[in-house]
Design a protein around this ligand. Structure first.
Ligand SMILES: NC(=O)c1ccc[n+]([C@@H]2O[C@H](COP(=O)([O-])OP(=O)(O)OC[C@H]3O[C@@H](n4cnc5c(N)ncnc54)[C@H](OP(=O)(O)O)[C@@H]3O)[C@@H](O)[C@H]2O)c1
Length: 245
């Protein structure tokens, strides 16, 4: 197992859910964590929790992943503070499920901006540094919806298929650079993600439906597994689903 002691991880979407829990898990392994999202108050609170519980260094960088310059600044501030970027978790995402017939075009655009362009800007900002270091690990959070399409998930799925395609391309192009990539595809996880859905037909569809969900910890453990493998091991794809569908 590779030690994460004194390494540096950037986590986007660290203000809640899966990203927040990944920050705790990596910090528990001794990694200094850089917390990025728009809600800086939540990040500051998490930063204090992580420092108190895991005795590592932290940094908060308010970041909107739809803005290329925010990602560039995020990586610059990380290097200024810690000297390297060892792990970059492209986790920020939105899941504004809607039926195509209901034409939620602004939400389609938001999903493309956050889930695809946000990941691309993350890759743009961090890859040159990792290639120069001849080491680094990019974790892209896709979804089971990046492998299958469900009614109301067409656009969300399109964005998560795109994330998976990017991961596959990175894996092939970077295999001789020392930079590893892992695509993680969670099934349903109990987080804030569904709270932003506005399509009444989707909300009606989910009404009274009970499905088993994973905890954010279940996904954070998959991330920890991937980043603690020896340097010759490239864990390219992990899918984690609840037992009951
Ligand atoms: N929960 C699930 O069932 C599930 C399943 C499969 C995949 N996923 C994926 O897992 C990832 C994390 O989601 P989650 O379940 O943890 O949901 P969540 O609790 O809603 O977290 C989403 C995170 O993304 C951040 N975010 C959204 N827009 C952003 C922007 N423009 N700039 C920067 N950060 C932004 C949010 O932070 P701010 O609002 O503070 O910016 C928040 O920290 C997403 O990519 C999601 O698609 C989730």
């Amino acid at each position: 197992m590779e030690t994460l002691q004194n390494k540096t991880a950037i986590i986007t979407g660290a203000s809640s859910g899966i990203g927040k829990t990944i920050a705790h898990h990596l910090a528990r392994e001794g990694t200094n964590v850089v917390l990025a999202a728009r809600r800086s108050e939540k990040l500051k609170q998490l930063s204090q929790e992580v420092k108190d519980e895991h005795n590592v260094k932290t940094k908060v960088v308010e970041t909107d992943v739809t803005k290329k310059e925010d990602l560039e600044n995020l990586v610059k501030e990380t290097k200024d503070a810690f000297g390297s970027v060892d792990i970059f978790v492209n986790n920020a995402g939105v899941m504004l499920l809607s039926f195509l017939k209901n034409d939620h075009v602004d939400e389609w655009e938001q999903m493309v901006d956050v889930n695809i362009k946000g990941v691309l800007f993350g890759i743009h900002a961090t890859l040159p540094t990792m290639i120069e270091q001849e080491s680094g690990h990019v974790i892209n959070i896709s979804s089971v919806a990046g492998h299958e399409v469900f009614p109301s998930s067409a656009v969300y799925s399109a964005t998560k298929y795109a994330v998976r395609a990017l991961s596959m391309g990175m894996e092939k192009e970077l295999s001789r650079t020392g930079v590893r990539v892992t695509n993680i595809s969670p099934g349903a996880v109990d987080t804030e993600l569904t709270e932003h859905i506005t399509d009444g037909d989707v909300l009606d569809m989910f009404q009274g439906r009970s499905t088993e969900t994973l905890n954010a910890e279940d996904i954070a453990k998959a991330v920890t597994y991937a980043v603690t493998q020896p340097s010759h091991v490239n864990v390219n794809e992990v899918m984690v689903r609840p037992m009951q569908k």
